[in-house]
Each structure stands twice: as structure tokens, then as C-alpha cells.
Design a protein around this ligand. Sequence first.
Ligand SMILES: Cc1cc2nc3c(=O)[nH]c(=O)nc-3n(C[C@H](O)[C@H](O)[C@H](O)COP(=O)(O)O)c2cc1C
Length: 202
Amino acid sequence: MDLEFASLPIQERYKLLASLVIPRPIAWISTVNAQGVNNCAPYSFFNAFAEDPPLCMISFGPRQDGLTKHTLKNIQDTGEFVVNLVDEATANAMHLSAEEIPEAESEFEKTGLTPAPALRVRHPRIAEAPVSFECRVYKTLEISPARVFVFGEIILLHAREGIVDPLTKRIDEAHYQPIGRLYANRYCTTRQRFALPGELPE
Ligand SMILES: Cc1cc2nc3c(=O)[nH]c(=O)nc-3n(C[C@H](O)[C@H](O)[C@H](O)COP(=O)(O)O)c2cc1C
């Protein structure tokens, strides 16, 4: 099968990209708005792309009503945000937090999550998340009226005790069980890990 992207309806392009480029990591972004309401939502058009400077990128589409997503609005207002990573224990809360609820309501309260103070940015991190990156906006790219890329410079990493070895900075796989996004409401675990022969720098 060969498909020319230019001749595909936009929704079909999305469907193909989002269900073939899998699994995707999930940025569970936490922010607080100008009224003090804590917000969080998952974003899986996301990855880390560089270490010097340390950069991640998130791709924002519009809300179903066509308006700007609350996360993007809060990022644009402050130039800061927190990317939390999702493990098996937090998967359910992450999925619930994706519902488009009014700005005055908090996904933290709705899902029973605990906001914890970040060290370098004004937004809360999610206390239940295994890993959080405190980020400052590095660059914003307005790709189209319906698509905005935000590059975040990672200022500080918070990891739950036991995940990162303080000396070697290696990950203890037994203590880190991240999940990945497949498509729609489907996810995967990372339980069946394997190595291939040969030495590569870690
Ligand atoms: C696992 C998952 C990944 C998602 N990834 C994205 C994404 O990359 N970009 C996006 O615009 N919306 C994405 N969404 C939808 C947002 O999470 C959803 O619109 C949410 O209500 C936005 O909340 P906010 O307005 O509080 O930011 C995703 C939803 C789920 C469940």
C-alpha cells in the first residue's frame, strides 16, 4: 500500500501517524493558571531531542471547541512548565486527566493527584509521578493556526528515590515502569525489555 499524504484528509493523516509511530512517550504536563487552579494533561506528540541544551518538545493541537488548550495557555502566560513522566501506577490518573474540563476545575482534584512544589519554576509537579522535568520555554514554533510546537529547556530533573543511581546516573529498571501511548485509549507497558549483542555507550 502506498499513500500520498497530500491527498489524505487531515484526520486520516493524524490517525496513521498516531497509530504507526508507536509507542510514544507521554509528557504529563502540570501547570497552574493565573487564578491558582492546578492543571495537568497528557501530551504524546512529545520527546526529548537534545542534551546541550537539554531540550524536549511538545506539539499542541486545538481543543475540541477550537480554543487553545489550557496547558498551552498557561505555558504561554508564564514561559515555564513541568513535564511529568507516566508509569503503570499513574496510568489511570493520566488517562482521566485528558478529559477537557472547564478551566476553573482542576484535574489534580478530579483525579486525586497531589501537587508538589517545583524547585525552579512556579508550576507544581505531580507528586505521584516517578520523574518530573522542570522546563523553561526555549522556543515556540507556530506551525499553523491549529498546531504549535513548544520546545522546553530542562532546568531540573526530579526523580523518585531509587530510579537514578546518584553516582553513575544509570536507571534502575526494576524501579522504573514507564508506559507508552499506542493510539486512542490504548497503552503499553515496558515489561518485556531485551538486549541485543554488542556494546553501545549508555
Ligand atoms: C495519552 C494522550 C496523549 C495526548 N497527546 C496530545 C498531544 O500530543 N497534543 C495535544 O494537543 N493533545 C493531546 N492529547 C489531548 C489532551 O490531553 C486533551 O485535549 C486535554 O484535555 C488537554 O487539557 P488542557 O486543556 O488542560 O491542556 C492527548 C491525550 C491523551 C489521552
